[in-house]
Design a protein around this ligand. Sequence first.
Ligand code: LM2
Ligand code: CA
Length: 474
Amino acid sequence: GYDIPYCDGRQTIVHLFEWKWTDIADECERFLGPAGFCAVQLSPPNEHAVIGEDGFPWWQRYQPVSYKLDSRSGTREQFIDMVQRCNAVQVRIIIDAVVNHMTGLGRSGQGSGGSNFNGDNLDFPGVPFSSSDFTPRDMCPSENGQINNYGNVEEVRNCYLVGLTDLYGASDYVRQKVADFFNDAIDIGVMGFRVDAAKHMWPADLEAIEGKTHDLNTAAGFPSGARPFFYHEVIDQGGEPITVDEYFGVGRTTEFRFCKKIAWGINDFGQLGSIYDPGWGMAPSDKALVFVDNHDNQRGHGGAGDVLTYKAGRDYTMGVSFALAHDYGFMRIMSSYYFDNTDAGPPGSSNGGNTDSPIINGDGSCGGGWVCEHRWNAISKMVGFRNAVAGTNIANWYQVGDNVAFSRGDKGFFAMSKYGDFDMTLQTGMPAGSYCELISGCANMVTVNGDGTAQISIHNYEEPVFAICVACDG
Ligand code: LM2
Ligand code: CA
């Protein structure tokens, strides 16, 4: 099905937001492969509008001009090289696919790949798309042609999202052009797609497009007959007619309620026990793509809401560590650049639109304006934990006040203490033995007794997290 990532058991995607392809290739080889990441989610790789009058914002990448693989992140040649180098170290590539719409009305000129376009005339010769490829005006029930009322399904899917020219997904020509774009990427060796604005697309149109896609490329190391991995961006916080379950037939869905649940749970550990709440209509584990924050809600876009971001420091470390320890959903980690202005593009880009490479410091952290949450000590270690306990469920749950702990079957044990001050003997569910505590890099050793109990200690304010596991001992 479309909901299976082919990652040899690796369990975590990292979104390297606005990174360049050359830098991603390097990061696969020097960090992501060794750390056990499943895949990188890219920023949209296709040609997009270049919006200098707004300072070359990050969101220019969400205004497609054509499906040429030529973007702020790099050229087609650089894209191919990245896919091959990442695949070679078992790190797969996932595209952010913007196929609900093209550029906004009022935008025209030349895209990042040199194609001309005119949004007002619905003219995108780089594909080519022309006016008959956009949703007919009489299919949109709103007065001004825009999406205003999220209670009206026709309006959400047939009208213009923030002024973005809406593609007519019922057209076989449009479906084929999108499938051609996907197949180009699949043949290069890509594993999957995050479908942007999927809530604004009809599930039947997605089904038709996905039905036209090739199997994954066996020369890139995928099993024969493997279907591409799809997750759909459906912002369902409850209270609207469009719900995530409409999309379960075409892959996974982004579970935005998880962001809110994690933020609330880190604030009040008493709420950590109900992170996955089916009563809220949250997607079941095998359909959910989960994350603590994404590129939109970390900066107040895309519905936003209560979320933890890198700006929350140790609270963020706790939120992501807990999410990685948990058994719910397939996990994506956000990797950001520092920002104050919510429109600002990546480091370097305000000056001419091009992106600076990250600097890798001697201690493994990033510089040059990049946050690199995926390299934070506890977060990167917990990526290894999640791989080691894959396939097990939560057991031996303990939560009292500001402390929480649980096992993953008999394969691992996780604990977190809000103020970094915890000493207690707990049942770990694990086989007797001496284990290396992961977050400390084995500076602390832990003895599990014959009855499964162990003395669990956390004395670290900045990283108040503890993890041991059978298969990650080292
Ligand atoms: C998404 N999910 O459904 C993306 O995750 C989100 O980042 C995208 O919006 C959105 N859908 C469309 O792909 C971003 C950003 C918007 C921005 C659009 C298009 O959040 O603010 O809109 O990309 O670049 C911008 C202007 C907006 C203007 C629009 C059209 O901010 O004021 O609307 O362009 O010109 C008149
Ligand atoms: Ca639409």
